[in-house]
Design a binder for this molecule. Structure first.
Ligand code: ATP
Ligand code: MG
Length: 456
């Protein structure tokens, strides 16, 4: 076991020891240390009560914020480092499967470790030296890459319905296997998992999305019933076959696309867009007269369904808007016949700022046809055209027009619905012919439009 204890932890723990208190490094920090990873946060456990922790840290010259005092946690800022310090706990009474009803402090680290979820998360290093307390074979499981509940899996899952989802998330994040007994206990705990708040489900889904291969997590969710519980729209995509160049059903296709969407760096919005870009396919699927499945307007239906899903998961509106926008626009079919104004309209619809993302989504979509690296040149003709028209003009939205609302008011057009219509028409004019984007010319056109509207 390779462990180098950070000097700040050594110092802090000796102050705790001088005050007659114990301090341990616990949880994810120990797990990640044993995996040879750099640790990013210090989770510490102690037999000092929160008030005592506060007093000790303050006396040592540190600062304290009572971040989770209800759960016995304070955040300590000490010598430019942050640590979450939690008093030993034992938890009892999960009457709703969401959170323990009350926190009861435990007298020793052993009791504290027994209430933790998985063996890999239930190892403590006694500070300052770092002697391990590993009661459940956590180090062995980490070495073997195994996620195993502490104690009886069914019981542990019935206490807290988030744990099954955490198991799946860790499997995706760490590339570990879930031990059979632990995996088999998940379906029986779904009714408990159903009580978990959507915010907590979202946080786990976010971590699955940020893992190297999200499909690993979503496959496990599918296999255990968690997918139909939390993302039933996605699980409805299983066995929805597609014809033509598609090799997989809609679920597999979406998961391949989701994995690939981060090929050039992680971006949550892209991963979400790739995951849900075809989620509307099951509901629009129809067989045409020649016996081929069609998915008419599925991008629109998928975007609408995705909006509902992301709202349910309490994603911020800005995330929902940009994900749904990418999904709505994902079906563009570029050919060399596109006129320059068609290219400009494409840029205007997608938005200049989203072009790179829509290309990345397309590559992920193509990867999902057969799980094969897409031809890197396939988007080149479109990208070349886009770059070319952008050299000529950058007016793709109303705010890039050579006139503003104020200019229109100055020639007697009142702000309101008509002005909105006129500005939209001016943009159409400029998309058709960027040469028209001069103040003089647009004011002339606006005046004519306004006269026409008043004459009606
Ligand atoms: P991450 O890298 O995601 O932060 P972590 O293991 O540190 O992983 P946290 O959610 O920060 O996860 O929790 C810290 C520790 O608290 C865990 O390692 C585990 O020991 C314990 N823990 C967290 N959530 C639960 C839970 N639902 N049930 C039991 N123990 C839990
Ligand atoms: Mg943590």
């Amino acid at each position: 076991m390779k462990k180098v204890i950070h000097p700040v932890l050594k110092k802090l723990s000796s102050i705790f020891n001088e005050n007659g208190k114990e301090l341990y490094l616990v949880g994810g920090a120990v797990r990640d240390m044993l995996r040879g990873q750099k640790i990013h946060d210090f989770d510490l456990a102690t037999n000092a009560l929160p008030q005592e922790v506060t007093a000790i840290v303050r006396r040592a010259g540190g600062k304290v914020v009572p971040t989770g005092i209800k759960h016995g946690t304070v955040t300590a800022f000490y010598k430019d480092h942050t640590a979450e310090i939690t008093t030993f706990r034992t938890e009892s009474g999960y009457s709703d499967g969401r959170r323990p009803d009350q926190v009861i402090y435990a007298s020793d680290i052993k009791e504290d470790l027994s209430r933790r979820d998985f063996t890999m998360n239930a190892i403590a290093l006694r500070l300052p030296k770092g002697e391990p307390v590993d009661l459940f074979g956590g180090a062995k499981d980490i070495k073997a890459g195994i996620i195993r509940c502490v104690g009886n899996a069914a019981e542990r899952f019935s206490e807290d319905g988030l744990r099954p989802l955490r198991a799946v998330r860790f499997a995706a994040q760490l590339g570990f296997k879930i031990e059979k007994g632990t995996l088999d206990a998940i379906p029986g705990a779904l009714s408990v998992s159903a009580n978990v708040s959507w915010e907590r489900v979202r946080d786990e889904i976010d971590k699955i999305l940020a893992s190297p291969l999200p499909s690993r997590g979503f496959h496990l969710m599918e296999q255990t019933g968690l997918l139909s519980l939390f993302l039933e729209e996605l699980s409805a995509c299983k066995n929805i076959d597609q014809k033509g160049f598609h090799q997989f059903d809609v679920l597999e296709h979406s998961l391949y696309a989701c994995d690939y969407s981060a090929a050039k760096g992680y971006c949550r919005q892209l991963r979400l867009a790739a995951l849900f870009h075809d989620v509307g396919k099951p509901s629009v699927r129809q067989m045409d007269s020649s016996g081929v499945w069609t998915f008419y307007r599925h991008e629109e239906v998928s975007a609408n369904m995705c909006e509902k899903i992301l709202n349910r998961l309490r994603y911020p509106n800005a995330v929902i808007d940009s994900v749904c926008h990418l999904i709505r626009e994902h079906m563009f079919q570029y050919t060399d016949n596109w006129s320059d104004s068609a290219v400009r309209r494409f840029i205007a619809r997608v938005g200049e700022a989203n072009l790179e993302d829509i290309y990345r989504l397309r590559r992920a979509d193509v990867y999902g046809f057969a799980g094969k690296e897409p031809d890197p040149r396939s988007l080149e003709p479109l990208i070349d055209r886009v770059n070319k028209v952008m050299e000529q003009s950058r007016a793709f939205s109303i705010k890039n027009l050579a006139v503003s609302g104020t200019d229109l008011i100055a020639i007697g057009i009142q702000s309101g619905k008509n002005m909105g219509l006129i500005l939209k028409d001016l943009l159409e004019t400029v998309l058709d012919d960027p040469q028209q984007n001069t103040k003089e010319r647009l004011l002339e056109i606006a005046k004519a439009m306004s006269n026409e509207i008043t004459a009606q």
